[in-house]
Design a protein around this ligand. Structure first.
Ligand SMILES: Cc1cc2nc3c(=O)[nH]c(=O)nc-3n(C[C@H](O)[C@H](O)[C@H](O)COP(=O)(O)O)c2cc1C
Length: 262
């Protein structure tokens, strides 16, 4: 499948995590569009998405404060990884963000949920293969127009709008950034991550960017490589809008992957 990179790139700046929905179901046309995307978008081995039209009650659960508490979501997408593949986390992050940016480009709201959902409820309806695990899900629907006090408190607590400066994310900050890489890095910088921990680090060369993981705090049960997979898609979209086609080479820890444009 060819990535609709212009609309997904445009969606990056509109996307944010929405936790309260108005319950309105999507039209059949929109449901089919997202179902088809989940079927067709398989950018890396070891990861797939499944769209669930009518989520069972009790899938979402909250913890302290309201992290993870999702209200009135009419649908969801599940991001499923085959744990026998070493690249399962980054593959799932990249894939899931594609579904999320497509939904955003359709005027819908979403929220990555990595830890706080009931696997057993979803496993009743998703047919998982032997090594497969549901690594994350997202509610999909229309958000309530006013943020509830609960949502505001949560966003404030995890400072969800804040992002690290580019200088703090580069491992070789004294280099002159090629202009294509600045757009790619800015797009990657805006990626969502669990508890907004932004674990990605970037090493830039004239025709490549290598993504690696820095030190992470909190939410240790969600892999920082999953966050990095999300940033990989953003990075590639930024490169593509600058006409820098490229390809990914997946790497072992602490590296994640290298995007090369030549
Ligand atoms: C892999 C991943 C897992 C996440 N898990 C949760 C979660 O369990 N509950 C929740 O409320 N938010 C979750 N989030 C949302 C993040 O808190 C949010 O993306 C981050 O604070 C940045 O805010 P933004 O998405 O509004 O830009 C998760 C995000 C990612 C990328």
């Amino acid at each position: 499948m060819n990535i609709p990179f212009e609309s997904w790139y445009a969606a990056i700046s509109h996307r944010y995590s929405q936790r309260s929905f108005n319950g309105q179901k999507l039209s059949n046309e929109s449901l089919e569009r997202l179902e088809n995307l989940c079927e067709e978008f398989r950018p890396f081995r070891g990861a797939r998405a499944s769209f669930v039209r009518a989520p069972l009650k009790g899938v979402f659960k909250g913890i302290v404060g309201s992290y993870g508490m999702i209200k009135n979501a009419p649908h969801l997408a599940a991001f499923i990884g085959d744990t026998s593949f070493p690249e399962v986390q980054e593959a799932t992050g990249y894939l899931g963000e594609g579904v999320i940016l497509e939904a955003t480009s359709m005027g819908l709201q979403t929220c990555w949920i990595g830890g706080f959902f009931r696997h057993e409820v979803l496993e009743q309806i998703l047919e998982l293969e032997e090594n497969e695990k549901i690594l994350a899900i997202t509610p999909v629907g229309y958000g309530v127009s006013m943020k509830s006090t609960r949502d505001k408190v949560m966003s404030y607590a995890i400072r969800s709008h804040r992002r690290k400066s580019l200088e703090n994310l580069l491992t070789n900050s004294n280099i002159e950034l090629p202009s294509w890489s600045r757009t790619a890095l800015e797009a990657a910088r805006l990626a969502p991550s669990a508890a907004n921990r932004q674990p990605w680090r970037f090493t830039v060369d004239a025709d490549s960017i290598t993504v690696s993981t820095g030190r992470v705090r909190g939410v240790s049960r969600i892999s920082s490589r999953l966050d990095c997979g999300i940033a990989m898609l953003h990075l590639e979209l930024g490169a593509k809008v600058q006409n820098k086609e490229g390809s990914w080479e997946l790497l072992s820890a602490p590296y994640v992957a290298k995007y090369s444009t030549s």
